[in-house]
Design a protein around this ligand. Structure first.
Ligand code: C2O
Ligand code: CU
Ligand code: CU
Length: 457
């Protein structure tokens, strides 16, 4: 069925009450931009038609991060929507319930355009997600949390201030476009769908006085809820959690994070408050958390025992001045296909980095993390992922030792080289088959060239 048209447009938005700032908005109404975009909700099995209209004066693209869709629908850097143009697509939804997102992916401009607001949440539901009986009243006990750090001037204008060879980090934390937010919740179980839409900042999230449960990662539910005290979320990653606010009825607590002061390469961590949580005394609906979250469990052993060899290796590289970013010593080149991958055949990809401080994302699939830094990953990383953090291990690594991660990938949709070459020659038809990207989701690293592209055939 047809979704309302999405208009990407310049707008004014109040991050602070009464102070208007320039922002990019995506809205289903023309000339009525709200900051960020509407949450899109679809069901597995749907075929959804979108029209994305660019009302801005700069080219944009609209990438569907986390969706398993053909390359020509993916919205990567090749699928530019020029000012005044409309991108019409028809998207089949075949994957399981998950919290995904959409955002700009313009070559060299992604960081800035996402920062100013070209991003939104994309929720997929399926039979299982409905039958689980999780908190499901959107905005009340099923709450989207789009996390961003920003810099503001005295007038409340958001600024994208990038020091040479650094990544962007701000000193003000925003949720859904509100600076220093308050979140009002019910005194029972509440589900937060957390998306780190920051350019570069990692958050190790926790609450001032309670543990919580992780129920889903990027691409769907974990096998069962995992009780944690903290959860690390890097740019591009999503995590769904359940928090029990019963014992805080009528009270308040803080959502906090351990994060880095200014740059992912800096060594010291700081603790910051992200939001104040106000717990109401009235509860709308009682829910309980199921012990098992899936119809059919993710059988990691079964899948991994059938495979052993590394098929491809990707080294995330940064030079000493932090000025040159590449993968396998090759900076992103729109006209160069880095990899050719066979459809439907699982592969093991090894991602490595000397210093860490990156997070690797692959388009067009969900993958399983087999090994992180030589060990079995934490339970919260055993579900479907599309972005994996390679955090810097301060003081724990030897000189010259790699931070490594092994993932199991498989692609279900193809892209065709022939069609792609045709596309490069004439940009007239934006519906040609088009390659997928893999890249570091620290957006300034991606824009600087820590990205590659692959076709699936
Ligand atoms: Cu979230 Cu290539 O993107
Ligand atoms: Cu993506
Ligand atoms: Cu990086």
């Amino acid at each position: 069925y047809r979704m309302p048209t999405l208009y990407i447009q310049d707008t004014q938005h109040e991050f602070y009450p009464g102070k208007k700032s320039y922002a990019t908005g995506i809205s289903t109404l023309q000339h009525h931009g709200s900051y960020l975009g509407p949450t899109i909700k679809v069901k597995r099995g749907d075929i959804v038609d979108f029209s994305v209209v660019n009302l801005r004066s700069e080219p944009v693209t609209n990438h569907w991060h986390g969706l398993h869709i053909p390359g020509r629908l993916d919205g990567g850097p090749h699928q530019m929507i020029h000012p005044g143009e409309t991108w019409n697509i028809s998207m089949p939804i075949h994957q399981e319930a998950a919290t995904c997102w959409y955002h700009d992916h313009t070559c060299g401009k992604t960081a800035e355009q996402v920062y100013f607001g070209h991003a939104g949440m994309f929720i997929i539901e399926d039979k299982n997600s409905v039958l689980l009986g999780l908190p499901d009243i959107y905005g009340i006990n099923d709450i989207p949390i789009i996390l961003q750090d920003k810099l503001f001037d005295a007038a409340g204008q958001q600024i994208y201030d990038l020091k040479p060879n650094r990544v962007f980090t701000g000193d003000t934390y925003c949720i859904n476009g509100v600076a220093n937010p308050f979140i009002s919740v019910m005194p029972g179980l509440v589900r937060f769908r957390i998306l780190n839409a920051s350019n570069a900042r990692p958050y190790n999230l926790f609450f001032s006085d309670t543990i919580f449960y992780v129920i889903a990662s990027d691409g769907g539910f974990l096998n069962q809820p995992e009780q944690v005290e903290k959860i690390l979320v890097l740019p591009g990653e999503r995590v769904e959690i359940i928090v029990d606010f019963s014992k805080f009825r009528g009270g308040m607590l803080d959502m906090k994070a351990v994060t880095l002061p200014s740059d992912p390469f800096d060594p010291d961590y700081i603790t910051v408050t992200i939001a104040k949580i106000v717990v109401n005394s009235y509860q709308l609906k009682e829910t309980i958390l199921a012990n098992s979250l899936r119809h059919s469990e993710i059988q990691r052993d079964f899948i991994t025992n059938t495979l052993s060899d590394i098929s491809r290796s990707f080294e995330l590289m940064v030079d000493d001045e932090l000025s040159k970013m590449s993968i396998n010593n090759k900076e992103f080149d729109m006209k160069f296909i880095n990899e050719e991958v066979k459809i439907d055949i699982p592969e093991i990809w090894e991602i490595k980095s000397l210093k860490g401080g990156h997070n690797f994302h692959v388009h067009g699939c969900s993958f399983l993390v087999l090994e992180l830094y030589g060990e079995e990953p934490d339970n919260t990383l055993k579900g479907w992922k599309d972005t994996i953090a390679l955090p810097k291990r301060i003081g724990e690594m030897n000189e010259g030792e790699y931070h490594t991660c092994k993932i199991l990938v498989k692609f279900n949709y193809n892209t065709y080289r022939k069609e792609y070459m045709k596309h490069i020659e004439s940009r007239s038809d934006i519906n040609y088959h088009i390659p997928y990207m893999y890249h570091c989701h620290v957006l300034e690293h991606e824009d600087k060239g820590m990205m590659g592209q692959f076709i699936v055939y």
